[in-house]
Write a protein that binds this ligand. Structure first.
Ligand code: AFP
Length: 357
């Protein structure tokens, strides 16, 4: 018996009494999943498909746009604007929102996405991905044009989130708020087939994903947390941790969902609001997935999903992964008061604050 398809999974979710997947949302998710199949097809052509390299233009983030950034953005816009399930879309690659043209029916959902996450890896054949987040358009938006402000909802209001990862396999990882499920693209049939789930972040994996080159930006608490684990020759955690950094958040988060660990991209503590990752279409969807898989996701001190956004392309610090690791980080900021090693990180007892260097 072949693993069930995404379509069957969504229909069965829709049938549930506490359905977290009304038909419009099912159509939305299937449309995004179909667009990701088109994207993976474009990526896999590589140099043969004239999809590599940069466009010589910059996006709203001031980042050089790769050809695939724009191609993937267009694929997602074209796939989603006519279906009648959306009120509007927002993307890392677009300065402002994309309203559904009047020639098409409009729906109740807002779709946000980073069409290609990890763009710097495209030209060297490393894993990249697409990240997406789904919100409901506020009731106050009915009868009027959707505005940017309608997108500025805290991440806890998401109704769905997920990512596609374009690596050795092409995977779709999705939550509708009732667990996290992984689907693998069956290229022969063109179907997404469920291959894992509900995912639960394993504890006890001593892997830290962080870009050490950004150390000067970190707060003293983050430095202590990393220094106790990475490159240390003394202390209770010395020699217990390994480090991973792929420069594709999708790849690092997928590893954490499957085998545990922690991912950090701290804000620059020298300048308020200066951070790398975007809240609405990177941190929020990934935080939703991580929490649905039993993990925790903070901006360094507070739960990311409680953040009230103030701008479409607002950035945030990010620390997410296994709960014991996030709690150890919070302890470094004295945000969790515990006795010595009261939270036994199975990577070894975290350095109780009393012995802090
Ligand atoms: P790009 O999509 O511009 O390559 O950025 C990827 C990303 O947003 C995230 O996926 C990575 O974890 C992070 O940036 C990599 O940042 P560094 O290049 O500073 O390591």
């Amino acid at each position: 018996m072949q693993p069930i398809t995404l379509t069957r999974f969504l229909i069965e979710q829709q049938r549930r009494e506490d359905s977290a997947c009304p038909s419009e949302l099912r159509l939305l998710i299937e449309t995004v999943a179909r667009a990701c199949k088109t994207i993976t097809h474009a990526i896999s052509k590589g140099a043969l498909g004239d999809v590599l390299g940069s466009l010589g233009s910059e996006n709203v983030q001031g980042e050089v746009q790769k050809k695939l950034d724009v191609i993937a953005n267009e694929i997602l816009l074209d796939a989603n604007e006519w279906g009648g399930h959306l009120a509007a879309m927002a993307s890392e690659e677009m300065e402002t929102i994309h309203r559904i043209p009047n020639r098409y029916p409009k729906g109740e959902y807002l779709l946000l996405f980073d069409p290609i996450d990890g763009s710097s890896n495209i030209d060297v054949d490393l894993s990249v991905g697409t990240i997406f987040s789904v919100l409901r358009a506020p009731e106050s938006a009915s009868g009027r044009e959707v505005t940017e402000e309608d997108f500025l909802q805290p991440g806890r209001d998401q109704v769905a989130a997920g990512y596609a990862i374009y690596g050795p396999q092409t995977l779709l990882v999705l939550t509708l708020g009732a667990g996290v499920y992984e689907f693998t693209l069956d290229r022969e049939m063109g179907a997404w087939r469920m291959t894992d789930g509900p995912l639960k972040i394993p504890s006890g994996n001593c892997e830290v994903a962080v870009n050490m080159a950004r150390r000067a930006q970190w707060s003293p608490a983050v430095r202590r947390y990393i220094d106790d684990r990475v490159g240390c020759e003394a202390g209770p955690l010395a020699g217990k941790y390994n480090m991973r950094w792929t420069a594709s958040m999708v790849a690092d988060i997928h590893r954490i969902l499957k085998r545990g660990g922690v991912f950090l991209y701290p804000a620059d503590h020298r300048e308020a609001g200066k951070a790398r990752l975007r809240l609405l279409y990177e941190a929020n969807p990934m935080s939703f997935l991580i929490e649905q898989a039993g993990g925790r996701a903070i901006d360094g001190t507070h739960r990311i999903l409680d953040t009230q956004p103030t701008g479409l392309h607002q950035r945030t610090g990010v620390a997410l992964g296994a709960p014991d690791e996030i709690e150890a980080l919070l302890r470094e900021s004295d945000l969790i008061r515990t006795g010595p090693a009261s939270i036994g990180a199975s990577c070894g007892s975290p350095a109780p604050s009393s012995v802090r260097r």
